[in-house]
Write a protein that binds this ligand. Structure first.
Ligand code: TA6
Length: 294
């Protein structure tokens, strides 16, 4: 599989397919600036983003499982067609399916890109009876940009949630803060799903944290003074921002190593409330851009 993909889609040192954990196929993108990223076909799941000046920028659990049907713990899980719990498995099925490579290349602006697709099949139809095509394009420069396009190829309305569930690697959860959410309403999932207004200009983390911020500004910032870096998280056409840290409950998560919660924070972009509604033939396009700065 790896060799076939390399013969069709590899590009010198810019795009290479390799065998990764548990023989799952992954690919590496290398940008001329020295930045790189790595992703698995399984879940179209980015598991590494490196900028030379800063090193690895994404959190991956040392106990992440690479097993069919199990989400990879860390990196950037692709959440679709359901966010969180509900009729479908938690966070839907897109992160637990093998995606197909459809295109790779180097853009005029020197971005290195890879496009993957997940299309409905008998397996997805059995649990979610809708015909869809989901294209995810990873664009690497000094930034990491993910563009998504979801098409309704059914003859009935499509209604779904989607999110990019980014796990950032940080110095210590007690030292970081997220700014840009002051005065924004959020659903507090650790306090009976109460809807509250954010009072803090800088949100800090001192206990288990699970909030869906609604209709948020398109830019939020994650400051990590401990590692002398900040992340700018920019979104387009994604209404909501989600912040999550499991805190001590991570002890009960088989695929989280000891005290992993101290090294990570999820700052996510998505469409949680309301759901995205697509008429037959309609497309939904959105984008998340990650930037790291001193
Ligand atoms: O994005 C936050 C969240 O919805 C939390 O409620 C928690 O469930 C987290 O996602 C991780 O979910 P997972 O199914 O990957 O364990």
């Amino acid at each position: 599989m790896k060799d076939k993909l390399n013969s069709s889609y590899s590009i010198d040192n810019a795009v290479i397919f390799e065998v990764g954990n548990n023989d799952f196929v992954k690919f590496k993108l290398n940008h001329h600036s020295g930045s790189s990223c790595e992703a698995y076909l399984y879940g179209a799941h980015i598991t590494s983003w490196i900028v030379p000046e800063f090193g690895e920028l994404l959190f991956m659990s040392n106990k992440a499982e690479f097993q069919d049907g199990k989400a990879i713990r860390g990196g950037i899980p692709v959440i679709f067609p359901q966010f969180g719990g509900g009729e479908l498995p938690s966070h839907g099925f897109a992160r637990n399916r093998e995606w197909q490579v459809v295109e790779s290349g180097i853009k005029e602006n020197k971005d290195v890109f890879m496009a993957l697709e997940l299309e409905h099949n008998a397996d997805t139809h059995a649990i979610w009876p809708y015909k869809f095509k989901f294209r995810l394009e990873i664009n690497l420069s000094e930034k990491l940009c993910i563009r998504i396009n979801i098409k309704n190829i059914d003859d009935k309305q499509l209604s779904f949630q989607q999110a990019l569930h980014t796990y950032f690697k940080i110095s210590d959860i007690s030292d970081v803060s997220v700014s840009g959410l002051k005065d924004i309403r959020y659903i507090d999932k650790v306090n009976n799903n109460n809807e509250v207004t954010e009072q803090q200009s800088e949100v800090k983390f001192t206990t288990a944290f699970d909030r869906v911020y609604l209709s948020t500004p398109d830019t939020v910032r994650l400051d990590d003074p401990g590692l002398n870096r900040k992340f700018i998280v920019q979104k387009q056409n994604m209404a909501d921002s989600i912040l999550w840290n499991p805190w001590e409950s991570s002890k009960n998560m088989k695929d989280m190593h000891e005290n992993a919660y101290q090294e990570m924070i999820c700052v996510e972009c998505g469409n949680v409330v309301p759901k995205v509604e697509l008429k037959p033939g309609e497309n939904f396009s959105a984008e998340q851009q990650l930037i790291v700065q001193k």
